[in-house]
Design a protein around this ligand. Structure first.
Ligand SMILES: Nc1nc2c(ncn2[C@@H]2O[C@H](COP(=O)(O)OP(=O)(O)OP(=O)(O)O)[C@@H](O)[C@H]2O)c(=O)[nH]1
Ligand SMILES: [Mg+2]
Length: 240
């Protein structure tokens, strides 16, 4: 997997020479091709894959619960829950009658395309219209690994601050949708929507945004409609 020509650099310290091998590019390239293979298989099965990323506690599971409830009767949906070392969220989802599967990474802070493929197989995703990945809660590692999803969404809650696109530009630049969650708490924070959008559009001009609340249900209908259109266009071969 790691080609000789990637042994690019020869380091030197005061005592002896040493070889330095850049592995990150190879790992990401391998993952990209696994992700593309997965997307091809999902296209054939007609299953749309959405990857959700956010920091811990911004409301991923709560929003998934609301969304899937809203999609009932329209889309057959299943969820892959990725966590370092727990099944708490899967218990929440299955307890609400939602088809869900737990991926435990045992310490890894992201999931990659191979892990996603294993999860989708176990979830029998080929029978679903929509599969959602709740990625591990952080704004750094998940952004680097293509999961094979057709679209990536980032959730940011207003309690986290409107400067986050400046601090974590990668995740905000690779996403197709931003959900501004806990909008019910806006008046209790110093979060300013215009300032957030200004920061966001600097790294991802014009990216679609929805203001939502898993607590009050605000914006869930709009997000559900966005997803239904995505899935139906995808299944009719109009998108991607
Ligand atoms: N007020 C308010 N609270 C919310 C909202 N969404 C989620 N919460 C609360 O925020 C906390 C975290 O929500 P989760 O849905 O568990 O967040 P998560 O992103 O799945 O967390 P991890 O899986 O641990 O990364 C819970 O106590 C929720 O009840 C919202 O829109 N408004
Ligand atoms: Mg969660």
């Amino acid at each position: 997997m790691y080609e000789k020509e990637n042994e690019k650099s020869i380091g030197k310290n005061s005592r002896e020479e040493f070889r330095l091998i850049e592995v990150k590019e190879d790992i990401l390239a391998d993952n990209k091709s696994e992700a593309q293979n997965l997307r091809n298989r999902l296209k054939q099965a007609g299953t749309y894959l959405l990857n959700l990323m956010s920091s811990p506690g911004s409301g991923k599971t709560s929003l998934i619960l609301q969304l899937v409830e809203n999609l009932r009767g329209d889309l057959k949906t299943g969820v892959i829950e990725a966590d370092i070392d727990s099944s708490v969220d899967t218990e929440r989802l299955t307890g609400a009658g939602i088809k869900a599967l737990q991926l435990r990474t045992g310490g890894l802070c992201h999931i990659d395309a191979v892990m996603a493929a294993r999860g989708l197989e176990a979830l029998e995703a080929e029978l679903l219209d929509l599969a959602i990945i709740e990625n591990i809660g952080n704004l750094v590692c998940p952004a680097e690994f293509d999961t094979g999803a057709f679209k990536n969404a980032v959730i940011l809650s207003v309690t986290e601050g409107d400067d986050k696109p400046r601090k974590y530009p990668l995740v905000f630049s690779i996403c197709d949708l931003v959900l501004i969650n806990k909008i019910d708490l806006l008046d209790y924070t110093d979060f300013e929507l215009p300032r957030f959008k200004e920061n966001l559009f600097k790294v991802n001009p014009g990216v679609e945004c929805f203001e939502v609340s898993a607590r009050t249900g605000q914006g869930i209908q709009e997000w559900s409609s966005w997803i239904k259109k995505e899935v139906w266009d995808f299944q009719q071969g109009k998108a991607q």
